[in-house]
Design a protein around this ligand. Structure first.
Ligand SMILES: [Zn+2]
Ligand SMILES: [Zn+2]
Length: 166
């Protein structure tokens, strides 16, 4: 969605709110498409004392295989992002700040939201905090029960104790 923001820029106190469903179902990340359902995006642009700020709220369902057991898991995530919009950057230094430059008063909201979300998506992803993973021997998913393998799981803390009492 393109936002025409000239009116907001030119009058103090002006604000514009929009909401949309952003479809990123085709976007591939690490070989799968984690955003199968549309992302609910709400954005508010406000001119407060001449400073134009943008607040974005995004709600999405992230679906990906668990890093430990491989089970496909869907997790709802919600993010909020804040930016300051300017027509031109005052100096080169402003480059590292969270300023977004829109010389023609037009903001490509989808592009910005996509970039924001990509930075936030989880790098490590588990189906649950205490996922037990797969048995290294038979590949059984240990979240569903034990297998019959006799696997010695060595705990580094216990190894230290063993050394002490030798
Ligand atoms: Zn898992
Ligand atoms: Zn096993």
């Amino acid at each position: 969605m393109l936002l025409e923001l000239k009116k907001v820029f030119l009058s103090e106190g002006e604000c514009l709110t929009v909401s949309e469903d952003l479809d990123l179902s085709e976007m591939e990340l690490n070989g799968c498409c984690p955003l199968k359902t549309p992302i609910k995006v709400e954005a508010a642009v406000k001119n407060r004392a001449g400073v134009v700020s943008l607040a974005i709220n995004a709600e999405l369902d992230y679906s990906a295989p668990c890093d430990r057991c491989g089970e496909e898991t869907i997790t709802p995530l919600s993010y909020s992002f804040d930016h300051i919009l300017v027509v031109s950057l005052a100096s080169e230094d402003d480059d590292d700040c969270d300023y977004i430059e829109i010389p023609d008063y037009t903001l490509d909201l989808d592009e910005l939201v996509t970039a924001d979300i990509l930075l936030e998506l989880p790098v490590k992803f588990l189906c649950r905090e205490d996922c037990k993973g797969l048995c290294p021997q038979c590949g059984e998913n240990l979240n569903y029960g034990k297998c019959d393998c006799d696997v010695q799981i060595s705990d580094p803390r216990l190894e230290v104790l063993k050394d002490l009492f030798q």
